[in-house]
Design a protein around this ligand. Sequence first.
Ligand code: BTN
Length: 247
Amino acid sequence: KYGLQTKLLGKRVVHFNVTTSTNIVARQMAEEGVEEGTVIVAETQTRGKGRLGRKFITKGGGVWMSVILKPNIDPMHASSITLMAAVSVTKALRGMGLEAVIKWPNDVFVNGKKICGILTEMSAETDIVNFIILGIGVNVNNDIPLETATTMKAELGKEVSRVRFIQALLEELEEDYLTFKEKGFTPILWNWRRFSDTLGRPVEVSCQDEKIRGVAQDVDEDGSLIVKLTDGTVKKIVSGDCRHLKN
Ligand code: BTN
């Protein structure tokens, strides 16, 4: 099979050598009414954005892209899209021979090191989403310090075709997105659980000023992490930073 096998995602691809952040550009284009499925890719970003207001380093050789989606969903359910993307990225990486797993909520790891980060942003009214910007950054052939993060090149021992990887990723994303629209979040969540490295583990989750330690039990239908504390109480964490602790 040759070429991109998608109907919706990547029908239009906008490529930059350098931009501020593909999420910023995608938002502008979405506000101007560009069609669903439009993909923005950049070789490098000067203001790559990470989760929780952090900076994200995006030098040449990686895949830095944003996809514009317009699902007819309640803003309350938008985090489903973020978890869905982690599933799609994991499938695309596994398709290339890497043992990828998901750390809650949506970091993808290989051999204990982060290989992909996902940042979704949305524009919504009270009860309907106008659009979602799905930003995905994957370390492919870029050079980074390999202490806590890794790249496809480092794990596979050879350079990877970024075009082929983007193609595989868009195909997985489209499949999962169509499933999500047809059947809802349940089948996606099932795969998320299957790929998750967090469930069943002792974790420390930082959210706001609180640090919660316990065992990660499950994710629920809105993507929240359910943690059981040592005293037996169960906490539901909507968003935060999760650290896996030693067993
Ligand atoms: C994280 O792990 O904190 C999320 C990182 C998301 C990075 C990607 S790179 C493409 C897109 N544009 C951005 O500015 N951020 C996302």
